[in-house]
Design a protein around this ligand. Structure first.
Ligand SMILES: C[S@@+](CC[C@H](N)C(=O)[O-])C[C@H]1O[C@@H](n2cnc3c(N)ncnc32)[C@H](O)[C@@H]1O
Length: 229
């Protein structure tokens, strides 16, 4: 999967992209990440301007953002393609978008090329939404910029791509089967005064599987009954 990130702050991605699973996925060529600096497309380094109608804050100008999107190959000869998994899929990280969940992530896995726009200030000029396929929020709160939301989105998508982590881990993860994950324990058997449940030491795989399924159900019912509906 190719992922283009359009941002005013490309260096913010240095840490997350060069550590852990994202680094591993890049090295294995499962993903190719390309950071696109909006400033490179701005005249006189001007990427933002005051809002029409007055008011506080600045807005990211449409021209440099349009040119940055165009540089990814999304907009060709004024033809804009929608809902074709072979075409680049343009996402704007926005608190006003659909709140990210497992269903959205699974749908994004079908695309070969994602283009992710990170806003800043009061956001981006509204007319850019004509070139956006989906607005995605990471929750009902407002962050300073779209960079951290983009990192959340990328991590959540990439870990589910084939070859990144063990498929069994993905299948057991919370939300995959509309339930929460079961509890996990490791050595030592006794930690402070807390023991590991005996069934996990029994060696009886059928019993262990049943116990885990039951635990996942109990905690889902208690913590997230909405998932069981
Ligand atoms: C300060 S916010 C702008 C908020 C905007 N004025 C509003 O209230 O909808 C600047 C940028 O941060 C990003 N952002 C902030 N909160 C977000 C969230 N919950 N999910 C995704 N992106 C977010 C967006 O890219 C946004 O353009």
């Amino acid at each position: 999967m190719k992922i283009d990130i359009i941002t005013l702050f490309p260096t913010m991605f240095n840490g997350p992209l060069t550590e852990s699973l994202l680094n591993k996925a890049s090295k294995k060529k499962i993903i190719t990440i390309n950071l696109i600096d909006i400033r490179l497309f701005a005249k006189n380094n001007k990427v933002d301007d005051r809002p029409f109608g007055g008011g506080s804050g600045m807005v990211i100008k449409p021209e440099p953002l349009y040119d940055a999107i165009k540089s990814t190959g999304v907009i060709r000869k004024n033809i804009y393609y929608k809902n074709n998994y072979n075409k680049p899929y343009v996402i704007y990280m926005s608190p006003q978008g659909n709140v990210l969940n497992n269903q959205i992530i699974c749908n994004l896995l079908k695309f070969k090329h994602l283009v992710i726009i990170c806003g800043h200030y009061e956001g981006i000029d509204e007319r850019i939404l004509n070139y956006v396929d989906k607005e995605i929020s990471i929750g009902d709160y407002v962050l300073t910029g779209g960079e951290i939301p983009a990192m959340v989105l990328i991590d959540s998508v990439v870990r589910m791509l084939p070859g990144v982590i063990n498929p069994e881990s993905v299948r057991n993860d919370s939300f995959y089967n509309k339930s929460l994950d079961f509890p996990h324990y490791t050595r030592p058997y006794m930690f402070k005064s807390h023991k590991v449940p005996k069934v996990l030491l029994s060696g009886n795989h059928k019993k262990i599987q049943q116990w885990r399924l039951n635990q996942a159900y109990i905690r889902t019912k208690k913590r997230r009954p909405d998932l069981l509906k």
